[in-house]
Design a protein around this ligand. Structure first.
Ligand SMILES: Nc1ncnc2c1ncn2[C@@H]1O[C@H](COP(=O)(O)OP(=O)(O)OP(=O)(O)O)[C@@H](O)[C@H]1O
Ligand SMILES: [Mg+2]
Length: 167
């Protein structure tokens, strides 16, 4: 087994994907990419205006993220991507079968307060639609959910232990 993990850090907006993704990539000294950077300008404009994306908006974006994962199969890598629905995650796994999912979950009010204290295009008002779209990981998926109360370093420790990785 390749000791360098290939990971999608997933979950709704503001849950900590970028923060934990950076921490995890640094831990293994592998590349980090932000799924937000793969959105076309039209998707960013929509989300900035508080309009949820449709599946049609998401398919090309997911295909690009799958491409990134596939290209990083040998080197390992960490990418943040909301990956809210099972069908979205299946696109990613089809592109890169060894992908792990690190799903961040947390209390609505905690996420909202963290979002209100940062600079980002995603308005806190989109939180509810993201929560409604979310389909948690199923038993046959390669990943686990982690609560966001602990620090990013502690969450990464939990993931590393759970995945049986050494670092
Ligand atoms: N475990 C944590 N403990 C304390 N603060 C955290 C934790 N995780 C994230 N944060 C803070 O919460 C805010 C939101 O986190 P972050 O931007 O990483 O979320 P995100 O899931 O990447 O959001 P988006 O989907 O909108 O890109 C940031 O200010 C971040 O520093
Ligand atoms: Mg982010």
């Amino acid at each position: 087994m390749n000791p360098l993990p290939l990971v999608v850090v997933m979950g709704i907006s503001g849950v900590g994907k970028s923060a934990i993704g950076h921490e995890l990539a640094d831990r293994f000294d592998i590349e980090y990419a932000d799924g937000d950077d793969f959105h076309p300008e039209s998707n960013i404009a929509k989300m900035s205006a508080g309009t949820p994306l449709t599946d049609e908006d998401r398919w090309p974006w997911l295909a690009d993220i799958g491409g990134w994962l596939n290209e990083h199969d040998a080197s390992g890598g960490v990418i943040s991507c909301s990956a809210l629905r099972r069908v979205y995650r299946d696109v990613l796994v089809d592109a890169a079968p060894r992908t792990y999912f690190l799903h961040l979950t947390g209390d609505h009010d905690l996420i909202k307060s963290r979002m209100e204290h940062r600079e980002h295009f995603m308005p806190a008002s989109l939180l509810t639609s993201q929560e409604q779209t979310l389909e948690p990981l199923q038993d046959d998926e390669n990943g686990w959910a982690f609560d966001i109360t602990p620090s990013p370093a502690e969450i990464v420790d939990e993931f590393v232990a759970r995945a049986g990785l050494t670092r």
